[in-house]
Design a protein around this ligand. Sequence first.
Ligand SMILES: Cc1ncc(COP(=O)(O)O)c(C=O)c1O
Length: 398
Amino acid sequence: MTADFDKTRAAFHLPKGVIYLDGNSLGPMPRAAVERVRGCVADEWGELLITGWNKAGWMDLPAKLGDRIGRLIGAAPGTVVLGDTLSIKVYQALASALELNPGRKVILSDTGNFPSDLYMADGLVRTLGQGYELRTVAPEDVEAAITPDLAVLMLTEVDYRTGRKHDMKHLIAKAHAAGVLVVWDLAHSAGALPVDLSGADADFAVGCTYKYLNSGPGGPAFIYVAPRLADRARPALSGWLGHEQPFAFDIGYRPGRGIERMRVGTPPVLQLAALEASMDIWDTVEMADVRARAIELTEAFIKGVEAACPSLTLASPRDAQVRGSQVSFRHKEGYAIMQALIARGVIGDFRAPDILRFGFTPLYTTMDDVTGAVAILAEVMEKNLWDQPQYKMRSKVT
Ligand SMILES: Cc1ncc(COP(=O)(O)O)c(C=O)c1O
């Protein structure tokens, strides 16, 4: 299959006059999502009422869509399920992994990890007590810090700030050799670059769907558990939909089969309907094609910005092989610069303390977008257009 990116781009609604380089934060709306969600509301919820759980197959959506995401991340059918937010899924995977490695009490992560992952680990450690601890090291020191006292290594594959990518396969092999289980956060990997969970012998992985997978704001997360662990992993968040027989309404909890046990409560049906519309587009492409195109786009952007904006410093790896699908630049006035860009129709985002972040998503980002964004950024920098009070007032979401 060779990807037809003109066709995939046409399948998204992209507001006129906007160059959207923030699909790594919130993917744009698939055009078909409007009708799919409308149908789900009016025809399914409206007409079928509660019978929609059976008649419209709502209850099966988390596993069905999990399989479609699975194709993008090297996960076999029946190993991925959707639900909850990513923070919850991080907690769930981590708790199960810790329980599978009894006698060991240390979680290792890196200081570049997304704060919510570290907060969730911290909360879990506090709840468990009994000497459990979270240890963090600099991203480049992770490999050397894998020691046989660790229970779990918890990493985000692609750094949300810089786009630096860990070597998943290598770190898993190293961790397994030391008897350590690994939990991967694929928030900036799923739909961004090829991931091969089976080939890398991954244990647990989690990720979100509202970024590269375009399920819309608040879309649910996914969780993967390796088949060799899925029937042994005990869910700490033991909700009724992860029960072996939810509708038996037993008062004792018995985990469901395989990945089904990682379900917690009622699935977000409307959001899953939006995700279905997006997966119809994803089903038409191969990750290898997406990755090849993303590398062309990011390389061109880096080249253009470095030539035109000498005061911006590249914060992402220069080597495309160890970079995700985003490019970040540093500047102490990064926030104001990003606001000035957004005011001119180039949408990226800002991550404290000084990162301007731009996402490249071949399903709808073109080389013309790259050229246009570079030209506008060059003008903003050359004429100090960012140096206005209105661009320095921080909004709640940056
Ligand atoms: C790497 C990473 N992990 C976790 C999260 C938190 O996700 P959620 O808000 O869905 O819980 C994010 C959110 O952007 C993220 O980028």
